[in-house]
Write a protein that binds this ligand. Structure first.
Ligand SMILES: [Zn+2]
Length: 180
């Protein structure tokens, strides 16, 4: 068990963080050059009132490496918009492979951006997890079981370290072998 300098367990308090919160900036594999591109809400829109708006706001994909840019809009059904479905190793909007993916403990570990990596590292690295009940959409309770097993902690933390390194890279040659 990991301990803090004071000898106590490393605590993690689940504040009910919701995966959509991390979808404000999604790093993806560029459809043209294979380097790192970004998927973000289209600029110039009014500030968010609710995090859930990130699931249907118009998006754009931009690549600083090759200059590619593309747009996305939520499909309409009846009088409403179809919300993007988060989860898995593709970005929820353009269905591009996530840039931040790595093989880990027989699975694929993924994240949307640097802030998401840090949130996962805080959770996985903790030896004492204080949950918050009642958040049916909360991210941490919904993580796959293999990521939460204490026997995988070292492997998952090493995987998150690889994702940190990937987040600092952007050229096509830096692409993870898991990102196909
Ligand atoms: Zn590109």
């Amino acid at each position: 068990m990991r301990h803090t300098e004071s000898g106590g367990p490393v605590r993690h308090r689940d504040r009910g963080q919701w995966l959509p919160r991390f979808s404000d900036r999604v790093l993806v594999v560029c459809p043209r050059c294979g380097g790192r591109a970004e998927v973000t809400p289209r600029p110039g829109l009014p500030p968010l009132k609710y995090v859930s708006e990130l699931l249907f706001r118009p998006r754009r994909l931009t690549c600083a490496g090759c200059g590619t840019s593309a747009g996305w809009q939520a499909a309409e059904r009846g009088s409403g918009l179809v919300l993007a479905r988060l989860g898995g190793t593709e970005d929820p909007f353009f269905r591009r492979p996530l840039w931040l993916q790595t093989r880990c403990a027989g699975h694929v570990l993924w994240a949307y951006n640097e802030e998401h990596i840090e949130a996962l590292a805080g959770y996985v690295g903790a030896t004492l997890r204080e949950g918050t009940a009642g958040h049916t959409q909360a991210m941490f309770p919904r993580l796959p079981r293999w990521m939460k097993e204490s026997g995988h902690r070292t492997a998952v933390l090493a995987g998150l370290e690889r994702l940190r390194a990937l987040s600092a890279c952007s050229s096509p040659g830096d692409r993870s072998d898991a990102a196909h």
